[in-house]
Design a protein around this ligand. Structure first.
Ligand code: GFB
Length: 311
């Protein structure tokens, strides 16, 4: 991939896509193409084909997806499976048809079985049943990764995949109904501090464990793989360390500067008890994360403050 190669970042306004944009721009890539949802609906096969025919991208980061936290996944299961499958089918097929040199597909750590041994190795894929709240999303992401491998096998394409752990950072979704836990808690703690609220409500029991990766580190890993890896393996991307939701809440309370109580609402689902990734495969080829959780939380909180001031 040269600095002038034509690179399409699908999903460039989202958490992951915008981090990939920042990374590419900071490294001097000058020929990046993007389309907003209004300009191109990737679930529309005809529109997607026409875009590829005209734009002829050489490299693709496929970060366009319908994503959300535990509640959004439970409430909109049909949307999560349909939209993600359609995007994957259309973009992967068109990439093959129009001779894309290399594509990187973004999956998720929720592809692994609910009760997978920890830390989770890539080999554990499809070794058990999935966690019910995110099965539709996981099935779509498993299909995307398999589709990349099968296109490589049958047509000799160069489509690779990454499976990141729970991500966070600038441009995250802070809507309390649809967001993931980390941005939700930043908002809840910030609002509790401003309103002098006596407690913050946390969903579930606080005991599930999650691993969190700062999204700029993921973008770094994506570019690293785009430059350095071709083959049919896929890669877990994470830090190799996890915390309980209670520990995360305490850490966010500290960063935000809120000293009230934590109240656990156990009528809300916990989801997977633990999903810590084994990251030895990506470590072996020379990549590891740089941003520790506390530093990433500070950066994300600063972003949240700036973003809310702009509204
Ligand atoms: O981040 P999250 O929504 O999704 O929730 P998953 C993680 C844990 O945090 C769950 C708890 O145990 C939640 O009950 N939690 C506590 C909260 N307070 C809150 C809150 O205010 N908001 C939210 N959202 N959670 C998602 C999948 O699973 O992870 C997706 O549903 C995707 O498909 C993503 O894979 C990475 O980590 O459980």
């Amino acid at each position: 991939m040269d600095k002038t190669s034509k690179i399409y970042v699908a999903g460039h306004t989202g958490l992951v896509g915008s981090a990939i944009m920042r990374k590419l721009e900071s490294e001097g890539y000058t020929n990046i193409i993007t389309r907003t949802f209004e300009e191109l609906d990737l679930t529309d096969q005809k529109a997607t084909r026409e875009f590829f025919e005209k734009a002829r991208p050489e490299y693709i980061f496929l970060a366009a997806a319908k994503v959300g936290g535990i509640q959004a996944n439970s409430v909109y299961p049909a949307d999560f499976i349909y939209i993600n499958l359609m995007i994957e089918c259309n973009v992967i097929k068109a990439s093959h048809e129009f001779g894309v040199k290399k594509l990187l597909f973004l999956g998720s750590s929720c592809i692994y079985p609910k009760m997978a041994p920890q830390p989770i190795k890539e080999e554990y894929l499809l070794s058990g049943y999935l966690e019910e709240t995110n099965e539709p999303y996981a099935l779509a992401k498993i299909s995307g990764l398999k589709m990349c491998q099968y296109f490589n096998k049958q047509y000799g394409t160069n489509f690779i995949s990454v499976m990141p752990t729970n991500l966070y950072g600038p441009n995250d979704n802070f809507d309390l109904n649809t967001s993931h836990v980390l941005p939700a808690l930043i908002r809840k703690f910030h609002e509790a501090k401003i309103n002098n609220a006596p407690y913050v409500e946390i969903w579930g029991t606080g005991t599930p464990r999650r691993e969190f990766l700062f999204v700029d580190d993921l973008a770094d890993a994506c570019l690293f793989l785009m430059k350095n890896y071709s083959g049919n393996d896929f890669f877990n991307i994470g830090t190799g360390e996890d915390v309980t939701i209670r520990e995360l809440a305490e850490l966010i309370g500290e960063v935000v500067g809120y000293n009230g109580e934590l109240k656990f609402d156990t009528s809300k689902p916990d989801g997977t008890p633990r999903k810590l990734l084994d990251v030895s495969r990506i470590h072996k080829i020379g990549w590891r994360h740089k941003t520790e959780l506390k530093k990433g939380l500070r950066t994300t909180y600063e972003y949240y403050i700036r973003a809310t001031r702009m509204v």
